[in-house]
Design a protein around this ligand. Sequence first.
Ligand SMILES: [Zn+2]
Ligand SMILES: [Zn+2]
Length: 79
Amino acid sequence: MSQNYYCKWCGAKYPSVSSLTGSSCPRNPTKGGRHELYEGSEKSQYVCKYCGAKYPSISSMTGSSCSRHPNKGKHEPAL
Ligand SMILES: [Zn+2]
Ligand SMILES: [Zn+2]
């Protein structure tokens, strides 16, 4: 059994937390920031914590702007 770890900003998949957090993330709102661990479980559908929009993957969700995001950012997956 191997577990996958996902970045909450871009949905990139890694085999370990250390490899995930060791790489820079193109969608981290902090410029030059690294991938950050999505702490929810792997799902068939992800829901935006601000607006409730549903997406089949974190990467498709975080690529779209969220109309209810407090800083006019992208959708962010709820846990
Ligand atoms: Zn990332
Ligand atoms: Zn949203």
